[in-house]
Ligand binder design. Structure first.
Ligand code: FAD
Length: 291
């Protein structure tokens, strides 16, 4: 099923993001996590794609298995940095053969070694959106957007302009980078609407599992956290260790989800971190997810 079609059937939904486990030995425990979360009846699940890394080989296999074994509408992430049209076309054909009609079109992070030789067939995610939509118009294509602005952008205005451009090149919806200040999401949506962009913007919510994982993720993606919230998490750590941080993380995510839905977000995209327990804790008794 195409996510764009499914989205019209509900006014608030849950979607779940997984990353492919590194080694095959981890697959059984990964599928156990998926099985636990499949019961939440997500509208769709997505599987990340390692730009230039080993895990991209697993994305297709994991996405196909999740789709086949659990009957879940599945989306494969796909990055175009350093990629050639031929290789991506082969990947997309394999996805379609596996019954997967949804792609999250991304540029991917630039390799630290420098840019020039990786700019082959694609420069930006919008090039990938256009490539997919032209050749496979039947494919549903999502893209990423950034409530805190993408870290490479020189200003919020510049980031907004490229986001507008990307969404107007044929993206069926967008999923946001993680954020903690709900006003940033609201602001992004309002600015896009003022530019006549009515594409659904699905907010991405990250569970905070520990200070260590929070610090690592923030350093990787360049998202912001309000200092007040960070200090609360730090205090939780000093008084109750990882367990207290996790409990605070659940409280923060639940609050964020309630606020986002009250603001009219079309659904919630939960970054599961492949951890079913924390997702179930966050979503327990939140009476707003139709699935
Ligand atoms: P783009 O939209 O191409 O934007 C990149 C930068 O270029 C931005 O600063 C933008 O403002 C600017 N820009 C865009 N178009 C133009 C233009 N025409 N001219 C000049 N500047 C322009 N990474 C992975 O490797 N694998 C994943 O599975 C993955 N999943 C993700 C899922 C989500 C929901 C999100 C939010 C991010 C994900 N990422 C993933 C990270 C993503 O690849 C990085 O954030 C990357 O740095 C940017 O990707 P993009 O698709 O947003 O790029």
């Amino acid at each position: 099923m195409k996510i764009s079609d499914l989205m019209h059937t509900t006014d608030r939904f849950l979607s779940l993001e997984f990353f492919p486990p590194k080694g095959q030995t981890e697959w059984p425990s990964f599928f156990k996590q998926v099985n636990q979360l499949a019961g939440l009846n997500p509208l769709f699940v997505s599987v990340t794609y390692g730009a230039g890394g080993k895990t991209q080989d697993n994305t297709l296999e994991i996405a196909s298995s999740v789709h086949e074994q659990f009957g879940l509408t599945t989306m494969s992430h796909l990055t175009c940095v350093g990629a050639e049209k031929k290789g991506l076309a082969e990947y997309i054909d394999k996805l379609l053969d596996a019954g997967i009609e949804n792609i999250l079109a991304l540029r991917g992070d630039m390799p630290s070694a420098g840019a020039p030789d990786v700019w082959t067939d694609f420069s930006y995610a919008s090039d990938l959106v256009q490539f997919v939509k032209k050749r496979w118009p039947e494919v549903c294509v999502g893209t990423a957007c950034y409530p805190d602005a993408h870290p490479e952008s020189s200003s919020i205005e510049e980031d907004l302009e490229w986001t507008r451009h990307k969404l107007s090149t044929g993206s069926d919806f967008a999923i946001t980078q993680l954020f903690f200040d709900v006003r940033r999401y609201q602001d992004l949506v309002l600015r896009l609407r003022a530019l006549q962009i009515n594409t659904p913007i699905i907010p991405g919510v990250l569970p905070v599992l520990s200070m260590q994982s929070l610090n690592r993720i923030l350093a990787l993606c360049g998202a912001n956290i309000p200092l007040k919230l960070y200090l609360e998490l730090q205090t939780a750590y000093e008084t109750g260790g990882d367990k207290a941080v996790r409990a605070k993380g659940v409280e923060i995510a639940r609050g964020q989800i309630k606020e986002l839905l009250a603001l009219g977000a079309p659904g919630i995209h939960l970054y599961t971190l492949n951890n079913a327990d924390i997702c179930l804790e966050i979503l327990t008794d939140l009476p707003m997810l139709d699935g």
